[in-house]
Ligand binder design. Structure first.
Ligand SMILES: [Cu+2]
Length: 553
């Protein structure tokens, strides 16, 4: 640990100690806090089931692949050795990070039983899959959060082939961050590749292995919203980033350590990973000369990554699981993949050796996100990392070949809607707004079944990316910064907007329900950037339980 980091930590703990003492000494300030939550899992709680795992000896096992139609996912705590000697407390599905990779066949109806062995309620969202609304996994919106010791059965038909993923949608900024995610592949009938690899990207904090057991507990997340210094959540390693940052923006006053005035201090995420491993610990991707290879990139983290494949020309064959029409072969361009997005690459293994597929950037953290494509029997000494090389980013708006698409810019739409995305300070808090409002006060997008909808998304934040994800639907990207898409039609469920960017997207309201439309930088979602796409002609029989602890964002 760097001295600077240690200083920050000491500083944070000192401030917290002062604040907590102040809080707990004052009866008045206790009012409005969620006492039940505190009693259930207070700071001094010694119930081992509530200690999220730093004290247990559990170790994650290797990720498995699940094929078939009926599955069980057990959510449980564990410990992940991300590099030799560096172990992080994690939350897992079936004791691995990522959780098991699903491989299901298009057209199959799948049934997945979620068993919750965590100390907190949880759910599963099937990211990108157009499932029926009641299967979407949104606590308080489509179901009640599944309580510890309880189960929930998800059942849906896998209709559209492609690369998807699943993750908790309960308190996502914490639960996804802790490792509750995995890949979900729907296999079509006409796909023929010889090797098919999935790389799930994420970021972690090395401080996760500090013994914070006395505080590593959801109770630190207690509802302190009526207090001035809310969001002092310390219940996971990674929350240090947000708690520290929130303190910067709270009434603490001074920016004591120079973090950015806008956005979360993401520098605390100092370990980058692929499939739950970092650097040399990442499994090699074995190939043989002459094989056709597919690599599915899934970003389960909270930062964008620029992925560079060495030694080969390749095609980007799909984005968010949806095919790109007649993609050109490219090389020495990076694929920028934002939180929640997926990209599938395909190449011919025609250059024996060992080649990197790696994150690019100036930041030394990128070195951890580097896998090796190894030809069987080939000499290892064929490639060197060049992660600091500034390479052009593939421009999806001019990639592939244009063709007839479902939507055009100038057709008639039943509803046109603008989402102005922004960063703001409200009551000393960093918030992320849609049309000036934060969830749940954001205006809902109201549609009827069959409506053609055009949405204009504008990112007015000065430094924050906003990867916007619509549940239950695919949308077609029509324009970027006022210019029509020139290449292949682009169909996605998650679209990243960099600061100042503007996109128009269109979709048909063909999946009745109450659907989230939110930023997949999950800190941004937790701090306001969420709205709903709501069908006015849909009636749900779901009744939220006020005691379920539902945290939908
Ligand atoms: Cu955002």
């Amino acid at each position: 640990m760097k001295i600077g980091t240690r200083f920050k930590l000491v500083f944070v703990f000192a401030i917290l100690a002062v604040l907590l003492t102040a809080c707990f000494d004052s009866k008045d300030s206790m009012e409005g806090m969620d006492h039940s939550n505190m009693n259930q899992s207070g700071m001094t709680n010694t119930d081992s089931s509530n200690q999220s795992n730093v004290n247990t000896q559990d170790k994650t096992s290797k990720m498995t692949t699940l094929k078939g139609k009926e599955f069980t996912l057990t959510a449980k705590t564990s410990n992940l050795e991300i590099t030799p000697g560096k172990t992080l407390p994690v939350w897992t599905f079936n004791n691995s990070v990522p959780g098991p990779e699903f491989r299901v066949k298009q057209g199959d109806t799948v049934k997945i039983t979620l068993k919750n062995d965590l100390p907190e309620p949880t759910t599963i969202h099937w990211h990108g899959l157009p499932v029926p609304n009641e299967m979407d996994g949104i606590p308080g919106v489509t179901q009640n959060a599944v309580q510890p010791g309880k189960s929930f059965v998800y059942e849906f038909k896998a209709t559209v082939p492609g690369t998807y993923w699943y993750h908790s949608h309960q308190d996502g900024a914490n639960q996804v961050d802790k490792g509750l995610y995995g890949a979900f592949i729907v296999e079509g009938t006409d796909e023929k590749v010889d090797r098919d690899y999935t790389l799930v990207l994420d970021e972690w904090m090395s401080m996760g292995d500090m013994d914070m057991s006395s505080m590593d507990n959801s109770s630190m997340n207690m509802d302190m919203s009526s207090m001035d210094h809310s969001n002092m959540n310390m219940d996971s390693s990674k929350d240090q980033a947000s708690s520290e940052n929130n303190m910067d923006h709270g009434n603490m006053g001074d920016d004591a350590h120079g973090s950015s005035a806008e956005g979360h201090d993401m520098s605390m995420y100092d370990i980058y990973s692929i499939n739950g491993k970092s650097g040399d610990s990442i499994d090699k991707l074995i190939v043989k000369k002459g094989e056709k290879v597919r690599i599915r990139l899934v970003n389960a983290g909270l930062l964008s990554h620029n992925i560079h494949l060495h030694g080969h020309e390749f095609k980007v064959v799909s984005t968010d699981g949806q095919p790109i029409n007649n993609p050109a072969s490219i090389n020495d361009q990076v694929i920028s993949i934002a939180p929640g997005e997926r990209y599938d690459l395909e190449f011919e293994a025609n250059n024996p050796g060992q080649w990197y597929i790696e994150d690019h950037g100036d930041d030394p953290r990128v070195k951890g996100m580097k896998a090796i494509i190894a030809y069987e029997g080939a000499n290892a000494d064929t490639d060197k990392p060049n992660e600091t090389a500034a390479l052009p980013i593939l421009d999806l708006t001019r990639y592939g070949q244009s063709s007839n698409s479902v939507f055009t810019l100038d057709q008639k739409y039943d509803l046109e809607y603008t989402m102005d995305l922004n960063t703001d300070q409200q009551s000393g808090q960093q918030v992320y707004t849609i049309n000036g409002k934060t969830y749940p006060d954001t205006e809902k997008i109201k549609v009827k079944k069959g409506d053609l909808v055009k949405v204009r998304l504008v990112n007015n934040s000065k430094t924050d990316d906003h990867p916007m994800h619509l549940h239950g639907h695919f949308f077609q990207v029509l324009s970027k910064n006022g210019k029509p898409i020139e290449g292949s039609p682009i169909v996605k469920d998650t679209l990243n907007l960099k600061p100042g960017e503007e996109y128009e997207v269109a979709f048909v309201a063909d999946n009745p329900g109450d659907w989230m439309f939110h930023c997949h930088e999950l800190h941004h979602a937790a701090a306001g950037m969420v709205t709903h796409l709501q069908y006015t002609d849909y009636k749900s029989d779901f009744v939220p339980d006020p005691n379920a602890g539902n945290k939908p964002e």
